[in-house]
Design a protein around this ligand. Structure first.
Ligand code: AIR
Length: 193
């Protein structure tokens, strides 16, 4: 299971081989500013697991452990990661700081942990200066979920098996909506109680 040690490497898992290509599969690093962020960031991990992607999770803070954050970000490429998901709340500089130290794609998840309900984190994460991109998703749980899917889509550009799983996932989403619409019609257009 994941350890939630600030600054230390959290959940570790082995590098797996893609049966199709024989190449080492790329992992996704999931970093967050505090263990209080974990209940929401767990959504990103859940999506990655659904697509069979290995996730490693760390708590590391741009403000409280700046050196550790820089070291982990610099090491990510050689440690076998293909994409990075970063969640933080308040004055959320973590995604930008990680992006400053790596050429891997960084997905930022603004978290609603402050009195401003994530609007502060959204602006801090999305408003990056030219040259240092952070692909920012929605505030909170949907954002964390989409960050997991987006990371899978990034890795899928080089992985046919993962592309198939993403096609299946999309087909599953559509099937659910169609089934709900049928149920609504059966219930005479009334919501199920
Ligand atoms: N945070 C931690 N270090 C820098 C920032 N911006 C954020 C965390 C969390 C919030 O501050 O990402 O959302 C509150 O953290 P805590 O540890 O006080 O619960």
């Amino acid at each position: 299971m994941m350890r939630r040690k600030e600054g230390g490497l959290g959940h570790r898992s082995r590098t797996t081989k893609s049966p199709a290509s024989g190449r080492a599969r790329l992992k996704v690093w999931v970093a967050m500013g505090s263990d209080s962020d974990l209940p929401i960031m767990q959504e990103a991990v859940r999506m990655l697991e659904e697509f069979g992607i290995t996730a490693e999770v760390d708590v590391t803070s741009a403000h409280r452990t700046p050196e550790v954050t820089a070291r982990l970000a610099r090491a990510a490429e050689k440690n076998g990661f293909g994409a990075i998901i970063v969640g933080a709340g308040h004055a959320a500089h973590l995604a930008g700081v990680v992006a400053a130290h790596t050429i891997l794609p960084v997905i930022g998840v603004p978290l609603p942990s402050s009195a401003l309900q994530g609007l502060d984190a959204l602006l801090a994460t999305v408003q990056m200066p030219g040259g240092v991109p952070v692909a920012t998703v929605a505030i909170g749980r949907s954002g964390a979920q989409n960050a997991g899917i987006l990371a899978a889509q990034i890795l899928a550009t080089g992985d046919a098996g993962l592309r198939r799983r993403l096609h299946d996932y999309k087909a599953g989403l559509a099937a659910k909506v169609i089934a709900r619409n049928r149920a609504l019609k059966r219930a005479g257009n009334r919501p199920a109680s």
